[in-house]
Design a protein around this ligand. Structure first.
Ligand code: NAD
Length: 365
């Protein structure tokens, strides 16, 4: 049942952890460690059944292998899930039990925050393990104090990727007057909007939270759009920065923009929507390529990296996307498929085991 699971895809490791005293039921999946120890979020969610949890952890863990490899990081892919409602079942004792389990894996998997867990939760796990990430106070890549929140770096990386798409599609380095519609101006979307504003772009925004919408209007002079219309506005670029599966049978026929470049994860509702965008001559910047700034930031938190080093690495998101776009033109294959191919090239050629020993990536003390 597990080895033949449709999402199994040669996972290296899958472990199930149960702690009766605290009610912890967790699964850790490590997809591939050929580039380095697996890093990925620890999600807490009230899965309807075990099968749903297994499916989610396998799918997400594989996704992390592809994201880190495409970003040229010495990291593998992994993920963990805690089965339970974070509002009702999360306790200090449960998080500590999770920390002990992670420590037992010896650093082959490093946990970061995800939906249902927070930086303080990871810090509690960190009482019992060195193998948690995104928890250190330090100077961020922009010289500002950072609490470990990767959103500023994700937003910067998305901006770099969006510029690479504009260069490829419109042959221009200048964003002055570029019309961009941003769906969701939360942690990442608002910061992306600010980069674009500074570069001279004109902005349209939508958000289901009125205060976030108002902030973008007041601070950045953005124009408000209806939540239902944002992806079909007559603009140059649409940037979905809210939730996944928004590129689907309903939305794609209505897109008028030449480019889709946004930070939200799992933007394609189904794999075939990649080809549908290509058929419509819409340049799609694959989500896991353009939103890799966060994982790059977390990597350097652990290995130590100056703000300049982080920025230089995030800038390579533009080069990776340029390569994806050029290959897509040359082969006629959609950009998402090319991104998968390129990621596989980058993790499959590392066959000699972890290129960075887990200890080097683990917090000491
Ligand atoms: P966030 O919760 O801070 O922001 C999301 C915003 O979208 C919120 O303001 C929310 O009100 C709005 N929203 C939700 N539904 C909407 C809808 N239907 N229409 C318009 N707006 C809507 O989250 P975030 O950290 O900014 O992340 C945004 C996306 O980027 C998520 O998909 C996340 O998984 C992905 N992502 C984030 C990071 C990161 O570093 N934060 C890294 C990689 C990927």
């Amino acid at each position: 049942m597990l080895f033949s699971h449709p999402e199994f895809d040669n996972h290296e490791h899958l472990s199930f952890f149960c702690d009766a005293e605290t009610g912890l039921k967790a699964i850790v999946a490590i997809h591939n460690t050929s580039r380095g120890p697996a890093l990925g979020g620890c999600r807490m969610f009230p899965y309807a059944n075990d099968e749903e949890a297994v499916r989610d952890v396998l799918r997400l863990s594989k996704g992390m292998t592809y994201k880190s490899a495409l970003a040229n990081l010495d990291l593998g892919g992994g993920k963990s899930v805690i089965i339970g409602d974070p509002r009702q079942q999360k306790s200090q004792a449960l998080l500590e039990a999770m920390g002990r389990h992670l420590e037992g894996l010896g650093g082959q998997y490093i946990a970061a925050e995800d939906s249902g867990t927070s930086v303080p939760d990871l810090k509690i796990m960190g009482h019992h393990t060195r193998h948690v990430a995104g928890v250190a106070y330090r100077t961020g890549f922009d010289g500002q104090p950072s609490t470990g929140d990767p959103s500023p770096v994700t937003a910067y990386g998305t901006f770099i990727g969006l510029k690479a798409a504009v260069r490829h599609k419109f042959g221009s380095h200048d964003l002055t007057g570029l019309k961009v519609a941003i769906q969701g101006v939360g942690n990442v979307g608002f910061r992306l909007a600010r980069h674009l504003k500074e570069a001279g772009a004109e902005l349209w925004v939508s958000d289901i939270h009125e205060d976030n919408l108002q902030r973008a209007i007041e601070e950045l002079g953005a124009r408000a759009a209806n939540a239902g219309d944002i992806l079909s506005l007559p603009v140059d670029v649409v940037a979905p920065c809210a939730m996944g599966a928004v590129l689907n049978d309903r939305s794609i026929p209505g897109i008028k923009a030449g480019i889709v470049a946004g930070a939200a994860n799992n933007l394609l509702d189904r794999p075939e929507h990649d080809a549908l965008l290509k058929q419509r001559n819409i340049l799609y910047a694959p989500d896991f390529a353009i939103n890799a700034g966060g994982i790059i930031d977390v990597f350097y938190e652990r290995t130590g990296g100056s703000p300049d080093t982080i920025r230089a690495h995030v800038d390579t998101i533009g080069d990776t996307l340029a390569e994806i776009f050029t290959r897509s033109d040359r082969t006629g294959l959609p950009t998402g498929e090319i991104a998968n191919e390129l990621a596989e090239e980058r993790f499959k050629k590392h066959t000699t085991g972890a290129s960075l020993a887990p200890e080097r990536l683990s917090r000491t003390g």
